[in-house]
Design a protein around this ligand. Structure first.
Ligand SMILES: [Zn+2]
Ligand SMILES: [Zn+2]
Length: 282
């Protein structure tokens, strides 16, 4: 049976072969994915989580892993970060100004560490030159192997029914994607930072907590496969896929790529991606 990573690579190859708008992005991820797989295989959790420690944090409504609690091999991280910068530049995913800022972080372990800590603890904030967003993209690509490793170890022992919060149970991040599951259409959120999936109410905005149905809505595509949840209180949107409408296996990292058209359409209507905050936390 193919592993998730193999399936991901196989679907990327199909996208590259299609030769359309997504091919270039798919090619980028073809370069990225093996580097992330390799980094993940090099990482060891020195203190594997125990079910009692997980339960304790869950009961205290706390995210499972603080930045300080992450098992980080900084040699692996620095190496991966530099490789990601090359790829981001090669594929023109960041512009020259953004790349300049990112390059300042690469050779300096203290600066990189500080940026990573900030990225982990604060929401990504919209700003005009979007340097912060570029930093978030580069750090996400770099830290994903490490975060997924933690998430896999913890979520196998995690009681989903008892969380139901709007933030990620692993890293505390917001969701940038959602899905309705096949079994009963329950809504699961997907963390923008670490890809962890968690159960959340369907009729509540995960960004501001609004549950007034008059100011919540969703748009669907012609096949009823995709939904765009919008909230007229915080003017955020959340992309969602309804797994009851498809027999195909859905790979979420790819869905983010395949649905970029939806982002521009909904942003034209005045909604913003909910995982990017307009103001930093106080
Ligand atoms: Zn997370
Ligand atoms: Zn809202």
């Amino acid at each position: 049976m193919l592993s998730l990573e193999d399936k991901f690579l196989q679907r990327l190859q199909e996208l590259v072969m299609r030769g359309d708008d997504f091919s270039r992005v798919a090619e980028f991820y073809q370069q990225v994915a093996p580097l992330q797989v390799e980094a993940k295989s090099r990482l060891e959790l020195k203190r594997p989580p125990t079910s009692s420690a997980i339960k304790k944090k869950l009961e205290a409504d706390k995210a499972q892993v603080t930045f300080e609690g992450l098992a980080i091999d900084w040699l692996v991280v620095r190496d991966l970060f530099s490789r990601m910068l090359h790829l981001l530049a090669d594929y023109k995913i960041v512009d020259d100004a953004q790349l300049g800022k990112l390059k300042e972080l690469a050779p300096d372990p203290a600066l990189l560490k500080r940026a990573a800590r900030k990225w982990y603890k604060q929401p990504v904030v919209e700003c005009s030159n979007s340097v912060e967003v570029a930093i978030a993209i580069a750090l996400r690509l770099t830290f994903l192997p490490c975060l997924v490793k933690h998430s896999e170890a913890i979520m196998s022992m995690f009681d989903q029914e008892r969380w139901r919060r709007s933030s990620c149970p692993i890293c505390g991040g917001k969701a940038d994607f959602a899905f309705l599951n096949k079994e009963n259409g329950a809504r699961w959120l997907v963390c923008w930072r670490c890809d962890t999936q968690w159960l959340f109410q369907r009729l509540v905005c995960p960004y501001c907590g609004n549950d007034d149905q008059k100011s919540l809505a969703y748009f669907t595509d012609d096949n009823n496969l995709y939904r765009l949840y919008v909230c007229d209180v915080c003017h955020s949107y959340l992309k969602c896929i309804d797994l009851r409408q498809t027999e195909e296996e859905i790979l979420f990292p790819l869905e983010r790529i395949l649905t970029v058209g939806q982002d521009s359409q909904i942003q034209e209507k005045g909604y913003k991606p909910g995982w990017i905050a307009s103001t930093p936390d106080r």
